[in-house]
Design a protein around this ligand. Sequence first.
Ligand code: HEC
Length: 141
Amino acid sequence: MSLKKFVLPCVAITALVSSIAWAQLEPELTVKEIMNAIVTPTTSTIWGAYQLQSEEEWQEVENAALSVIGAANLLSAGGAGEGEVAMAAEPDWQSYNQQMLDAARQVLLAVAAKDEEALFNAGNDALYPPCESCHQQYQQR
Ligand code: HEC
């Protein structure tokens, strides 16, 4: 077999396999697991942040906000539970999830400015409402 005849199919097969692998990348965690393991502890850190002083305390809030962004990233594809991929494909789900992600970005800005009032406002006015809206619509399904 000539080298060309061998290499070309290999390239094609590699491309095919990697696109299949991507399409089949399935969620590992259920929505409930993501809520309990990532969203709840990290948002507690953000909502509980008060009179932050040391660099470490601000860093902790920053890491919490980054984790919320990671959770939102997972939630945009859905969870491993039954029907949770289809649920996440709905525009309302995407919208609430995006609001949570945007709120976490506001938290990051507040942290960067070391502005506790902005942090408080981002937590209450931006981060909390999408929890409520999404739960009202999807928690009981
Ligand atoms: C995009 C939708 C969505 C957003 C946004 C969302 N949640 Fe959830 N959450 C759910 C769904 C769906 C459930 C129900 C999961 C189940 O019972 O299988 C849930 C359940 C929960 C639970 C209960 C877990 C349990 O053990 O029953 C907690 C706590 C929770 N969410 C916290 C939060 C907090 C805090 C926020 C906001 C920072 C938030 N969630 C934002 C969809 C969302």
